[in-house]
Design a protein around this ligand. Structure first.
Ligand SMILES: Cc1ncc(COP(=O)(O)O)c(C=O)c1O
Length: 376
């Protein structure tokens, strides 16, 4: 039996939506992007949503708009996908790694304050694998020190923090529509914020710095010329992608419901394996189960890679839980003497199991049975 790690959940709705856009004659950022942004605001209960080409470009624009640049320090977990940290370097600033909590996998608010210096300007928090970080505790510290909070919500669309949807809780929040996320358009991202000036700047920067978008200009009855007062980028989402995301958003509640059902099933059936820890959900959080990660405990009969290889030999695809950026050559060479024992322990001992809406109970039972057999 082959069990993939993940599979985007698409059907005729997405196909028909794409065909419609292709035939419409308007392919890049246009009417579909506008509809998506409105629907995204309604879903995340936020005032402004700005579609961009990826979460990475959204994070990068957020830093630029916040005025983060040369010699500024940005606090960030190392236990995250490398994009979260790369954007800090690309903005010319310095990432300062903060330890995570061993249970939630998210930035440990107790570790934050000791890393703050006169150069600290911002914090990028991550909702790792869809589990919301403890934002209120982070906010308290950020307010005290005047720090700008960017929430990397690449994984957490639809997750709840204290019964509120992720999206309008930090200064800026960035989402991803990459295929490993709960909804996918191949590539794509969204910036959300309640601060109007941030949304305005993001809209200008994503399309070369133009004062007015092509679509808006096209819809005017008077000849209108745009002007360029900043050097911007092409970080646009296409209308083809936006149409897919609109169709995917309609499925989002059922996607999360199915993921939750399967995650609970894993947790129930894996409870008898003493050498692993199943995921922890803080009392303030309802995750979207973007990923399901087990942690191998000391004394487990197999190491992470051995277990992953044996599962792959049985047709089951897994991945290590989350990378530790400070151990990757670029950061190892540029940031010396960085020791993050919990991050290092987690990256060496976590394994992501297959989880996606169309995972069948038979496939999941095969994964569970294989883990029981291999880790007995
Ligand atoms: C935590 C985190 N941040 C950022 C990204 C980057 O997202 P994108 O591929 O949309 O740029 C990812 C994607 O894997 C991620 O997991």
């Amino acid at each position: 039996m082959i069990v993939p790690l993940t599979k985007p959940f698409l059907d005729r709705n997405e196909e028909e939506a794409v065909v419609k856009v292709l035939r419409s004659g308007w392919h890049t950022q246009g009417p579909q992007v506008e509809i998506l942004e409105k629907e995204f605001c309604a879903y995340t209960k936020v005032k402004h949503a700005v579609a961009v080409s990826s979460c990475t470009t959204g994070l990068y624009l957020s830093l630029l708009i916040a005025g983060i640049g040369k010699h500024d320090e940005v606090l960030v977990p190392s236990f995250t996908f490398i994009a979260t940290v790369n954007v800090i370097v690309q903005a010319g600033a310095v990432p300062v790694f903060v330890e995570v909590d061993r249970n939630s996998f998210n930035i440990d608010p107790n570790q934050l304050e000791k890393k703050i210096t006169k150069k600290t300007k911002s914090i990028i928090v991550v909702d790792q694998v869809g589990n919301p970080c403890d934002l209120d505790r982070v906010k308290k510290i950020a307010r005290k020190h005047g720090l700008f909070i960017i929430q990397d919500a690449a994984c957490s669309l639809g997750s709840l923090y204290k019964n509120k949807r992720i999206g309008g809780l930090a200064d800026v929040t960035c989402f991803s529509f990459h295929p490993r996320k709960v909804i996918s358009s191949g590539e794509g991202g969204m910036i959300t914020t309640n601060i109007k000036s941030i949304a305005q700047q993001a809209k200008i920067l994503r399309t070369h710095g133009a004062s007015i978008s092509d679509y808006k200009r096209h819809n005017t009855i008077k000849i209108t010329a745009e002007s360029y007062s900043v050097a911007g980028f092409n970080y646009r989402l296409t209308d083809i992608q936006a149409a897919i995301v609109i169709a995917q958003m309609k499925k989002l509640p059922s996607i999360i419901k199915k993921r939750t059902y399967l995650a609970n099933r894993y947790t129930n059936f894996l409870a008898s394996i003493r050498s692993i820890r199943t995921p922890y959900t803080p009392s303030y959080a309802i995750p979207n189960w973007q990923s399901y990660i087990i942690t191998l405990l000391p004394g487990a009969s197999l190491l992470q890679e051995e277990l992953m290889q044996k599962l792959l030999d049985r047709g089951i695809v897994t991945r290590r839980g989350v990378m530790a950026c400070h151990l990757e050559p670029y950061y190892k060479n540029s940031i010396r003497n960085c020791s993050l024992p919990i991050t290092e322990m987690l990256t060496k001992n976590t394994v992501t199991l297959p989880l996606f809406p169309e995972l069948t109970v038979k496939q999941q039972d095969y994964v569970i049975g294989s883990l029981k057999l291999l880790l007995k």
